[in-house]
Ligand binder design. Structure first.
Ligand code: PBG
Length: 324
């Protein structure tokens, strides 16, 4: 039955009606808040291209968690800035490394907060690539052992979830095996499964000081032109033992989120990356966009596309806006 019997505007007439028929919701439960941790004390250094996001020393990070937990955000994602970088990213798997120390500090004060650690070498290598380098090549198989060591050291420190973001083939299986062999069979793996080689990571590389010194990441991260390939990546990560899969970035890849949602039943995370954050912040600062409405609309779109979880630098703001 069409117009005039059917009138779509009836269900848009007032906010209570709109609330009743709304299909997609946002809640602080859906968010994971990323944090950048650095050595030292009393450090709170704002990232130029990410206003409102800071490199924090462990003491400052712990202070920050009071707010995160009081807003009802269930989890954080930790990135580390090492004291020194070398060819094989040694601090990534050092028990006294920045992440290992940070995880112990968080778990000491907030045992119930879900601690997710990013497992990658790029912040820890002097060349800035996510694996071992030979000449201009990033070697896959020799890197797996280092990633597995890194994930294990995070689990030993108390991480609930390890999140490999390197895009080496076989890393989920390598990590699952070492965790199981060492008695960490309950540690969750959230795989950055469909991680694209994206210019939207630009501000992050300033925040994490992890830009590659030569070349780029196109030899291991995915080609933005490919969607079917993302389904193969996700299928392989599930076969290898991933508990949660991820699509990254989010906003330019909503079709990929939707496709993964339709094909697979695992919890699906979307990473609302640094460049997506920076664009909104920059436009809002000029008065060109209404920050709050654009953020809510963007995150709602990610959920509508099919994401269960959203990793976002806006987590605290949105939780506050939701009245959390
Ligand atoms: C590490 C890593 C990156 C991001 C998360 N983990 C950067 C990269 O691959 O270069 C990006 C996060 C963001 O942009 O917010 N490999």
């Amino acid at each position: 039955m069409a117009f005039p019997t059917t009138r779509m505007r009836r269900l848009r007439a007032s906010e209570p009606i709109r609330r009743m028929v709304r299909e997609t919701s946002l809640s602080p439960d859906d968010f994971i808040y990323p944090l950048f941790v650095t050595h030292g004390q009393g450090i709170r250094s704002e990232i130029g291209s990410m206003p409102g996001v800071f490199q924090l020393s462990i003491d400052e990070m712990v202070k920050e968690l009071a707010e995160v937990t009081s807003l009802g955000i269930p989890g954080i994602l930790l990135f580390g800035l090492p004291a020194t970088k070398d060819a094989i990213g040694s601090e990534a798997y050092d028990d006294e490394g920045i992440i290992q120390k940070a995880v112990r500090a968080v778990k000491d004060r907030y045992p119930d907060l879900v601690v997710v650690t990013d497992v990658c070498l790029c912040e820890y290598t002097d060349h800035g690539h996510c694996g071992i380098v030979q000449g201009s090549r990033v070697l896959n198989d020799p890197t797996l052992e280092l990633l597995a060591k890194t994930a294990l050291s995070h689990a030993v420190a108390g991480a609930d979830v390890v999140a490999p973001s390197d895009m080496m083939d076989g890393r989920v299986a390598a990590i699952r095996k070492v965790l199981d062999d060492e008695g960490y069979e309950s540690t969750i793996i959230m795989a950055y499964s469909a991680k694209y080689s994206s210019a939207f990571y630009g501000p992050f590389r300033e925040a994490a000081e992890s830009a590659p010194k030569f070349g780029d990441r196109q030899g291991y991260q995915m080609d933005p032109a490919n969607a079917r390939e993302a389904l193969r990546e996700v299928a392989l990560d599930i076969e290898e033992g991933a508990d949660i899969v991820m699509v990254k970035p989010a906003l330019a890849y909503l079709d990929v989120i939707r496709a993964v949602r339709e094909r697979f039943d695992l919890p699906l995370a979307a990473y609302n990356v640094s460049g997506e954050y920076a664009m909104i912040k920059a436009a809002a600062a000029r008065g060109w966009l209404d920050e709050r409405r654009v953020v809510m609309e963007s995150l709602t779109a990610m959920r509508r596309a099919g994401a269960d979880l959203i990793l976002t630098y806006f987590a605290k703001d949105v939780a506050r806006w939701l009245g959390g």
